[in-house]
Design a protein around this ligand. Structure first.
Ligand code: HEC
Length: 174
């Protein structure tokens, strides 16, 4: 009986060691480059100020007109920018109302001051689409309404060129 018990314990020990060894092989741990990348990806990048790139000529009405079509598609696309999830716009079907309706935006809301007395201009609008967080004064940091919009450039959800196209589109909403 004692002998059988001993064999049993030895078998158990051997199995556990084998399992542990196999696990160690499968799980490279956080020391590996892959594990490190995965951890870094979970840290959200901080609010970032952006300048309009030179090739994004938003002061040229012809450029704006041409680029706007690309922006319109992105704005309405539920797979890419998905602005329609929260903002209505001309010809948007099934748009959400989490944020203001941007139909006629340039003649309406764009003319109004933003919180903290901020004046809106094209740079402000580009920044809005790229990373709105820098526009939120400290006293509004905990207000959900002013903190629900998507951050697009800092997160890599959109490229500079796409942010440029969407800004151009917003500029045509008159
Ligand atoms: C998850 C919801 C959500 C999504 C998605 C979203 N927004 Fe917004 N947006 C809001 C809310 C809420 C506000 C109002 C809060 C504020 O003014 O700060 C807002 C405000 C704005 C304003 C500023 C209006 C003003 O005061 O002048 C603009 C412009 C805008 N959004 C454009 C966009 C564009 C373009 C996209 C797509 C790239 C987008 N939003 C995606 C929620 C959203």
């Amino acid at each position: 009986m004692k002998f059988l018990k001993k064999i049993g314990i030895s078998l158990l020990a051997v199995t556990s060691i084998t399992v542990l060894y196999a696990d160690a092989q499968n799980c490279p741990g956080i020391e590996s480059p892959d594990g490190r990348q995965a951890l870094l990806k979970d840290i959200p990048p901080g609010p970032t100020i952006y300048a309009i790139p030179d090739n994004c000529k938003l002061t040229d009405p012809k450029f704006v007109q041409k680029k706007a079509e690309e922006g319109r598609k992105l704005y309405l696309s539920t797979k890419i920018a998905n602005c329609v999830a929260c903002h209505c716009a001309p010809n948007a079907t099934g748009c959400g109302d989490v944020g203001p309706d941007l139909t006629g935006y340039m003649n309406t809301l764009f003319k109004a001051e933003y919180i903290g007395g901020q004046k809106k201009d094209i740079q402000w609008l580009f920044q809005r689409v790229a990373d709105f967080r820098v526009q939120i004064p400290p006293e509004f940091k905990d207000n959900p309404y002013f903190n629900t919009m998507t951050v697009n450039l800092t997160t890599g959800a959109l490229t500079y060129d796409q942010v440029c196209a969407i800004t151009a589109y917003l500029m045509t909403l008159k």
